[in-house]
Design a protein around this ligand. Structure first.
Ligand code: NAD
Length: 252
């Protein structure tokens, strides 16, 4: 892949749970997909919330606690540096629900699977907007209810079987990109797993970064194996031509 980005390049980045692994937030697949003996799919569905909201909130309360103590790693920081250099020629789509990209400085970002630090009304069609909420709800009696309609409040997360958020904006950015960089995702969760094929079909250069080959490795022009906290800083430095210490504020 051409090591230096040019002024007409537009970079689309897709990240998955792996980019936060070095910050101490475990991936699902990496830990066998189990939580307190439950398959993740059993606690991350609308059906699970309908039948046992306390169990679902216990799962997300634990994840909130864990994420609130985590710090961004050099992978998050490298992507924030890339955004500062490229400005509007950069876009980040993350499948992650933590906020480590934002803490590192990312601003042009879409959370297609929602955000751990937000909640919303569980009633479909209720106009109440998602709201910031870092609380833990350890029992069914403390789960708040929507002020407008009285339904239980749920995590603002895209559960299995639900439609991801901001797809229109994401696909617009994907169509415009000349470079598609994917990091830390297994390449099996749709629709994100298809993004690389869509970008490649339009002539974009494509690169995967992570410790193991993703399921869709064949769709990438290049796969760089290694932890994203190590490989992404190298990739960003080579793309920006910064090995000699180019300042973050400089635009290419
Ligand atoms: P996934 O399918 O993206 O798989 C995790 C990937 O991370 C694997 O391919 C693994 O090789 C890779 N990985 C492990 N260590 C890495 C490292 N140091 N650097 C780069 N890559 C590394 O994700 P999943 O865990 O199966 O989760 C499915 C969904 O659940 C996600 O899309 C997300 O919505 C949610 N989730 C979010 C978080 C988070 O926000 N941090 C964590 C777990 C799960």
């Amino acid at each position: 892949m051409n090591p230096i980005l040019g002024p007409s390049d537009r970079v689309f980045v897709l990240t998955g749970a792996g980019i936060s692994a070095e910050s101490g937030i475990p991936t699902f697949r990496g830990v066998g997909g189990l939580w307190r003996g439950h398959r993740i799919e059993e606690v991350a569905t609308p059906g699970a919330f309908a039948s046992d909201p306390a169990l679902v909130w216990a799962f997300y309360s634990e994840r909130r606690r864990r994420a609130s103590g985590a710090r961004p790693n050099p992978g998050h920081e490298a992507l924030a540096r890339l955004e500062r250099a490229l400005g509007e020629h950069y876009f980040l789509c993350t499948q992650n629900v933590d906020s480590l990209h934002e803490t590192a400085g990312s601003r042009r970002i879409a959370h297609m699977h929602g955000r751990l630090d937000q909640s919303r009304c569980s009633r479909l069609g209720c106009p109440t907007e998602p709201f910031d909420d870092a609380n833990a709800y350890p029992g069914v009696e403390v789960i708040p209810r929507c002020a407008r309609c009285g339904a239980l409040v749920r995590p603002h997360i895209c559960w299995f079987g639900e439609t991801p958020f901001e797809l229109e904006r994401i696909l617009t950015e994907l169509e415009a990109c000349t470079v598609c960089l994917v990091a830390g995702t297994s390449g099996v969760v749709e629709p994100a797993a298809s993004f690389v094929r869509m970008a490649g079909a339009r002539g974009a250069r494509t690169l995967y970064v992570g410790p193991e080959e993703p399921a869709n490795a064949g769709a990438f022009q290049e796969v760089r194996l290694g932890p994203s906290g190590v490989v992404l800083p190298e990739v960003v430095s080579s793309w920006l031509g910064t090995r000699g210490g180019r300042p973050d504020s400089e635009r290419i």
